[in-house]
Design a protein around this ligand. Structure first.
Ligand code: PRT
Ligand code: ZN
Length: 286
């Protein structure tokens, strides 16, 4: 029988939508009927398990699933024997310590003696130990941000994204202790066939990510400006230069990274580029 790679995904929550979009962008079709706990693909040897995110590291370390997509915060908190195979760049957030707005804070030493409510006791105690701080960790499983107002704790350590939850609960973020994003994790003892499937999947994921991070750019320029423009364009190798029907002019095609996009565009215009077109890339194969 042909082997299939088993992937654990969050059933419903902040990771679900982006995880499923990534799978789809990798050209993998599947039927995600609502309420289903398992599913298969019709065009890739993969089996999906839909679980609570907290259970994903454990299932992957036990080999119930070969791989999984989960927040790095959960991977470190659960401390299971799994490998981080690839960073996925979505569901970015941070784990931070916050205290009531009116309270003074100069350094982490001010946390000494406080009780801190959190759902992340392992990551928090690691931070406290490293900084030689002695606080009481009060583990709770949800609604951490209300702990100070109901007198359960004097500070919190919780996931922060925009910061609005902390603000609306009268808290201020004073120390970021962990930065997280969604990661692809894998079992440490995958057999050769499963590893080969993982590599196929990784190849597709990397092509999708590279395409998202880059844009295809087409521009016209007088021939005398070409050397300067080539210096500005980072490109994959070197840009394609095609002569235009108009004497003394050429068209250049290249790829530029999203991060340096506006700066490159401004420099190109300054160097004499005209009629600049920017086109999204569907896939980028290396
Ligand atoms: O049901 P299940 O157990 O599967 O899901 P869950 O409720 O435990 O997790 P879920 O879906 O809320 O989050 C899954 C993962 O998304 C987390 O483990 C993080 O890696 C990541 N993530 C990204 C976040 C956030 N952003 C986030 N903002 N997880 C939680 N939050 C919460 C946070 O707990 C706080 O209550 O949002 C609030 C803060 O948001 P801001 O924007 O107000 O700062
Ligand atoms: Zn959870």
């Amino acid at each position: 029988m042909e082997s299939k790679i088993k992937i654990a995904l969050q059933k419903s929550g902040r990771l679900s939508e982006d995880s499923l979009s990534l799978i789809k962008e990798c050209g993998i079709q599947f039927n995600n009927g609502t309420g289903k706990l398992m599913s298969e693909s019709s065009n890739f040897p993969i089996h999906f398990l839909f679980l609570r995110d907290d259970d994903i590291p454990g299932y992957v370390s036990d080999g119930v699933a070969d791989i999984g997509i989960v927040g790095e915060n959960v991977v470190f908190e659960k401390n299971k024997e799994v490998e981080i195979v690839h960073r996925l760049g979505f569901s970015k957030c941070r784990l931070s310590i916050a205290i009531p707005k009116g309270q003074k804070f100069n350094s982490p030493a001010d946390l000494n003696g406080l009780s801190i409510a959190t759902s992340y006791p392992r990551i928090l105690s690691h931070f406290l130990k490293e900084n030689n701080i002695h606080s009481d960790i009060h583990e709770i499983s949800g609604s951490v941000e209300i702990a100070p107002s109901i007198g359960l704790a004097e500070a919190v350590c919780d996931i922060v994204s925009s910061g609005s939850t902390l603000m609306s609960n009268g808290l201020k973020e004073v120390e970021v202790i962990f930065k997280s994003e969604a990661v692809l994790i894998g079992n440490k003892n995958m057999n050769g066939e499963i590893k080969a499937l993982l590599n196929q999947l990784l190849f597709r994921i990397k092509s999708v990510q590279a395409a998202k991070n880059n844009k295809y750019i087409i521009l016209n320029a007088p021939n005398k400006a070409i050397p300067k423009i080539i210096d500005i364009l980072p490109g994959m190798k070197s840009p394609t230069v095609v002569p235009l029907a108009l004497e003394g002019w050429s068209s250049l095609y290249s790829v530029i990274n999203e991060n340096e996009f506006w700066e490159v565009i401004e420099n190109l215009k300054g160097a004499g580029a005209e009629g600049i077109l920017v086109v999204p890339i569907e896939k980028m194969i290396f």
